[in-house]
Write a protein that binds this ligand. Sequence first.
Ligand code: S3P
Length: 425
Amino acid sequence: MLLQPAHSLKGTIQIPGDKSISHRSVMFGALAEGLTEVTHFLQGADCLSTIACFQKLGIEIENTDKRILIHGRGLHGFHPADSVLDAGNSGTTVRLISGILAGQPFSSVLTGDASIQRRPMKRIISPLREMGADISSQNGNDCAPLHIHGTSLHGIHYNSPVASAQVKSCILLAGLYADGQTTVTEPSLSRNHTELMLASFGARITSSHASASIWPQPKLSGQKIDVPGDISSAAYFIAAGLLVPGSEILIQNTGVNPTRDGILRAAEAMHADIKKLNLHEVSGEPVCDLLVKSSGLSATLIEGDLIPALIDEIPVIAIMAAYAEGTTVIKDAAELKVKESDRIETIVSNLKAMGADIEATDDGMIIHGGRPLHHAVIDPHGDHRIAMAFSIAGLLAEGGVEITDTGCVAVSYPKFYQDLISLQS
Ligand code: S3P
């Protein structure tokens, strides 16, 4: 697909539901007793993989245009799947469901696409084994396919070497089946949707700074969940609105949980003109409308505790930095290497191809911004966030950009290109 330079972007968009919250709504609804009703669920490929896995485990899930109905069967209501559970491209599905399967009285096999089969699973295998789980990697490479023979579990205090909500959530979900308290401490606080949502389903869970604890629980209860818009999807329109001259975009109903709003903090440091309007709460999560106006950006330093709060937005932040005046340094972000692609490599090589002055480091990148970018053919390596970030770059680059594979955006934002076109008058 060819993305060509845009003159100005104007209008209002309603971005799709948050991916992390959509996954969790299905998982926790399945674990609960009674009906869970979810509105504004993200109908992206990743979340549909989660639905398919739980249907295979015997949970009735109705998916209509307007809502998802999950007929939960309680913590002990799952049936063994009659075939391999397929998480597709979704790391959240594999890692969270593993915590649940570890405590079931049956065995499961869990896999996903080629990208998932390369992503590290040792980060969940090790703590689950500490809890007594019987989990192994079929090919002995600490990647999926994973074989999980459900068993009884012990509570542990796990000091995670990485700030990862997927690791944290996996362990907390296993903790529902453990014989006592389970605590996870992270080096920096990662997104806390699991902690907030499990509490609303009635779990006994507490959190303090970068630690969360859960206690075994006989029963969770079905809930009504309205999923806020995904700030990770809003990020592309934040960047587009800031970078394309003469733009003004209202992004409605965006989740701005402080564990996810790092892009707003980074953008503020870059002197972006973004206003938060109509701040309110939806299903326990802070939500607002973002009014974004084109702005001359300056460079910034992105590091430390800020990284987990914007980890998925780094591809598009790198595009912003390439157009900002000065040198932006992104560090402490080695996790980028183990996402849907090696994002240090996919960002740096594609931005270089467009003429940017950028270098990769071990844990991030250094971007000397302010150079005009030009046409290039962009290979997103099947990574939805790379495809969308470079589509935004194409709106500014001389001659636009050609993205070789745009189908991958269906993972998190199936209507991305429709929404982008709707803003080009
Ligand atoms: C997610 C956590 C993050 C994020 C991913 C979704 C989640 O991954 O990158 O897109 O829903 O828990 P890590 O936990 O690996 O950092």
